[in-house]
Design a protein around this ligand. Structure first.
Ligand code: PEP
Ligand code: MN
Length: 337
């Protein structure tokens, strides 16, 4: 960080700043200009609050040079983070597609969805057993019974399972059945949950909060990484804006921005990002073209009867068609599918 002293700050005040820098085990580089004195702070100051300098007499402002997140940042780790989800590498050249119903509803539904998405080329089955619904009267998911159905479908179809966990207490149970723990948008800043999934050492799919900035999103990832759990996937799923035609506004900027700021894999959920089945295909292609490492897509064998998110769920044949259309887009940007 750089500390800019006020014009009128005398030697005494500058010395106090230098003493504080040294007391923190850091090194101060003093630059005396004609008008102002600037103190450059060198060393690992990631745990130092800029405000602890900003409040000192004689300090005009403090400019942090690195973002508040460290382990998640590209400055900290230059090369892309790549890891395996049940044998498929995410963060590498191949685009990873996770697909399945919004919620696990019954045995036939989950098996049908799993076989269909596998046939079309998905590597993971998504499906919620614990659903974070806006209304307490909406379908809340089948709980452990849903997890068991997912595990059965995984074995039948040969897919990894991605499913949501909504409380820290649920983590051990969900981790028994899931290959990837999903933290939903509504829980992006549930810090107790972030600590718990970090401690689980399972891969974590972290969704961007409904109104979160990229800095808040990456700080949420930092919580998980700080437990020495490096396997975090960032998922852009649309944010709240003034637009009401779509359920959310998918932030396409977030894809290249997150890839620039962070080494973590970035995927896109065009289903929640749009809320409309007819938009999912175009937005999926845009996401791949913008550099996403993967997609999470809702697919339901019978969306008309879905207990949640039917309007944004693709039918199996629509998903198969989309996968075909995505291949040349992936190839055009040097990726495979
Ligand atoms: C989901 O993926 O089922 C879900 C609830 O998504 P989000 O957290 O992005 O709303
Ligand atoms: Mn859903």
């Amino acid at each position: 960080m750089v500390i800019v002293m006020k014009k009128e700050a005398g030697e005494g005040l500058v010395s106090k700043v230098l003493a504080k820098v040294e007391s923190l085990g850091l090194t101060a580089h003093l630059s005396r200009g004609k008008i102002r004195t600037i103190v450059g702070v060198v060393g690992d100051n990631s745990a130092v609050e800029p405000d602890s300098f900003a409040c000192l007499d004689g300090v005009e402002r403090v400019v942090p040079l690195l973002g508040p997140f460290k382990l998640a940042s590209r400055d900290f780790k230059k090369e892309n983070t790549v890891f395996s989800i049940d044998g498929s590498q995410i963060g590498d050249k191949k685009i990873i597609v996770m697909a399945g119903p919004c919620a696990v509803e019954d045995k036939n539904q989950v098996i049908e969805a799993a076989l269909a998405v596998k046939k079309a080329g998905a590597v993971a089955l998504r499906g919620g057993a614990f659903k974070p619904r806006t209304s307490p009267y909406s379908f809340q998911g089948l709980g452990e019974e849903g997890l068991k159905l997912l595990a059965m479908a995984r074995d039948m179809a040969g897919l990894a399972v991605v499913t949501e966990v909504t409380t820290p207490e649920q983590v051990p149970l969900v981790a028994q059945y899931a290959d990837v723990l999903q933290v939903g948008a509504r829980n992006m800043q549930n810090f107790g949950l972030l600590h718990a999934v970090g401690e689980s050492h399972k891969p974590v799919l972290l969704k961007r909060g409904l109104s979160s900035t990229l800095e808040e999103f990456l700080n949420a990832a930092e919580y998980i990484l700080s437990h020495n759990n490096p396997r975090v996937i960032l998922c852009e799923r649309g944010i709240r804006t003034f637009e009401t035609y779509t359920r959310n506004t998918l932030d396409i900027n977030a894809i290249p921005a997150l890839k620039l700021l962070s080494h973590l894999p970035v995927i896109v959920d065009p289903s929640h990002g749009t809320g409309k089945r007819e938009l999912v295909s175009a937005v999926s292609k845009a996401a791949i073209a913008a550099g996403a490492d993967g997609l999470m897509i809702e697919v339901h064998p019978n969306p008309e009867n879905a207990r949640s998110d039917g309007a944004q769920s693709l039918r199996p044949e629509e998903f198969e068609q989309l996968m075909k259309e995505l291949r040349p887009v992936a190839e055009a940007v040097g990726r495979t599918l």
